[in-house]
Write a protein that binds this ligand. Structure first.
Ligand code: MFK
Length: 577
């Protein structure tokens, strides 16, 4: 006998550009109409690939992972990596759509970065993190340009920025060793000078993402250089010889990671790898800094892209899933949950793409006076806040699916695993908070970010949006003034994350209010404003860290109650997370 049985309709994706109201509205506001119409065809195509072919491959191919074969049947060391079919497809698509190249082509001037990142924003969530090698390739191209090393520029740049899949090279970024990922000052890899001015690298690299790369930028200490990070130099290596054989590199094993499992990440032994200094034989961290700032910008854009993927799936599901006699999309509390994810996502979109717009101006000679220090201080803020927002948003998205969100073959848990890496790589939240302090200290104007935000907020017409921007500006000003005046270095350090979060959320609020105001006037569309008001419901007030004596008590569960210092109770009452 047949029993009636219910089959739940799964969430589906449409064209990811066509359906992305916030992205399309943002591009309409920023780009000159002729630039938008020149690139829109590609955006539609990428939207189609992302919601269609690539997403289908991603679901189909869910269980397959890259493999490492270290030995041939006859005992030869071969260290062959086999990547997934989706990665092979992405390796064709990436150069064809100029996912790196678009940033280096002159035709769109200062809009080149927006063009490139809009394409990657659409592509990323359907690529199984193929954006990782692309980010590093972009970072390597920018670092080589900044180095002014003409020989390396001529050799590698045309490859890194090629649109031809047969010529396109990707780059790795080999920094991390067993001794450290955040503090690289004690790295152990040594560079031995050769008679022709080149070097050979010996050591172990512990966390090398996208190990299929053609070249890598590698930190190592030239023999005889002093300890500490200033004694490190940045080297350029080509990973394989003309026969495709690794050059004195052994792949010891692939990392067994929580997420990004389609991305082959490896531990390496460097056994005399031929290397060329990128710029001088010291100060390698400073030389690689352009790469860090580019990959951190990628990280931010990908964080928002993942948030967008999550909200799109959750919204579609809410229309289909019926519980307690009506679709989830008709339930006030579920709508509120979706609205909060949506508002967060749109706020982070404006934050990340403001960084992208500034980067575009900096690289294309149309920079405003303060764009350089602005980009320097915004990069850590934007990276850390978007990454944390992606984690919390995707956690909510899982819950929007109930138990199904916890089940692997829906494809939803993979999203959560992949976003877990975003706060971690390219500088953890705390390391970036400290980087912000460094960037603020190096700026001549401690209120620079506030001044930039203020110049934006001044043009907002809508009263509610203007009021939100005003309170966000006040929070920014207070936080920046507090940090500037702070003489207690350990209190400043302990407060660095709150400072970064406050500045990031407040600045995002100002940017969001500006866009919503523009959209009301120019598109007669109230949706950005609705999202901005919901985002604005969160507070922007900055509170410094708990007092120095209270911190170890709370953080380390330190001395017992009776040992509490006299000011601890009042500090506890005044402190606010
Ligand atoms: C989806 C796309 C995502 C793409 C992912 C790609 C996968 C890659 C996987 C990885 O995660 S690779 C490893 C990433 N590792 C890091 O990001 C390192 C994190 N640690 C830091 O960022 C530390 O703050 C740092 C290593 C930079 C500390 O090193 P130091 O040498 O103790 O720092 P110091 O002395 O402050 O900086 C040295 C110089 O560099 C200074 O310049 P000066 O010599 O002129 O004084 C700094 O101003 C400069 N500098 C440091 N960070 C900078 C910078 N300049 C500009 N921008 C920055 N961000």
């Amino acid at each position: 006998m047949e029993f009636p049985h219910f089959i739940q309709a799964p969430p589906v994706l449409g064209n990811q550009y066509a359906e992305d109201r916030p992205l399309r509205s943002l591009l309409r506001r920023i780009l000159p109409p002729e630039v938008l119409s020149a690139i829109e065809g590609e955006l539609w195509e990428m939207g189609d690939l992302a919601g269609g072919e690539l997403y289908a491959m991603q679901l189909e191919d869910r269980l397959r992972e890259p493999t490492l074969t270290q030995w041939s049947a006859w005992g030869e060391r071969i260290d062959r990596i086999e990547v997934t079919p989706l990665w092979k497809r992405c390796a064709e698509i990436a150069p064809r759509y100029g996912l790196v190249a678009a940033a280096y082509e002159a035709r769109f001037g200062e809009w080149a970065r927006l063009h490139q990142f809009a394409l990657n924003y659409l592509f990323g969530p359907s690529s199984d993190v193929y954006t990782c090698p692309l980010a590093m390739t972009d970072g390597a191209a920018r670092t080589l340009i900044a180095s002014q090393n003409q020989a390396l520029i001529e050799r590698a740049l045309p490859r890194l920025t090629s649109r031809d899949p047969r010529r396109f090279w990707t780059s790795g970024q080999w920094m991390t060793e067993r001794i450290g990922g955040s503090d690289v000052s004690q790295l152990e890899t040594v560079a031995i000078p050769q008679s022709d001015g080149s070097y050979k690298l010996y050591g172990k690299k512990w966390f090398c993402s996208a190990i299929t790369s053609d070249i890598a930028l590698v930190l190592a200490r030239p023999q005889g250089n002093p300890q500490g990070s200033k004694g490190l130099a940045l080297f350029y290596i080509e990973t394989r010889d003309a026969n495709g054989k690794l050059r004195a590199i052994e792949i010891d094993r692939l990392k067994d990671k929580l997420g990004t499992r389609k991305l082959p990440t490896a531990e390496l032994s460097l056994k005399g790898v031929p290397a060329i200094p990128v710029r001088g034989t010291s100060d390698g961290v400073r030389v690689i800094a352009p790469m860090l700032n580019i990959t951190r910008t990628w990280n931010a854009v990908m964080s928002v892209a993942f948030m967008r993927r999550g909200i799109v799936l959750a919204r579609d599901y809410a229309r289909k899933r019926v519980a307690f006699s009506s679709p989830l999309s008709q339930k006030p509390l579920h709508l509120q949950t979706l609205a909060e994810i949506s508002a967060q996502t749109e706020a982070m979109l404006h934050l990340a793409f403001e960084s992208v717009a500034i980067l575009g101006r900096l690289e294309n000679g149309s920079a405003q006076v303060n764009d350089e220090p602005l980009f320097r201080m915004l990069t850590p803020i934007v990276k850390l806040l978007t990454a944390k927002s992606a984690l919390s948003a995707i956690t909510e998205v899982l819950e929007c699916f109930g138990g199904a969100g916890y089940i692997e073959d829906t494809g939803i848990p993979g999203l959560l695993r992949d976003v877990q890496v975003l706060p971690l790589w390219e500088g953890t939240t705390n390391v970036l908070s400290l980087d912000l302090i460094r960037a603020l200290r190096s700026s001549e104007d401690h209120l620079l970010l506030w001044r930039y935000a203020d110049s934006i907020a001044r043009h907002i017409q809508d009263a509610e949006l203007a009021a939100l921007a005003k309170s966000a500006l006040r929070a920014m000003e207070n936080a920046l003034a507090w940090a500037h005046a702070q003489g207690n270095a350990s209190l400043l350090e302990a407060s660095a994350r709150r400072l970064a979060m406050t500045l990031g959320r407040s600045f995002a609020m100002v940017l969001f209010a500006r866009h919503a105001d523009w959209s009301l006037t120019h598109e007669k569309d109230p949706r950005s404003k609705a999202n901005a008001l919901i985002f604005g419901e969160s507070s922007f007030d900055f509170a410094p860290s708990a007092s120095g004596s209270l911190l170890p008590l709370a953080a380390l569960d330190g001395p017992p109650e009776q040992a509490l210092p006299a000011d601890a109770h009042s500090a506890a009452n005044n402190s606010k997370e």
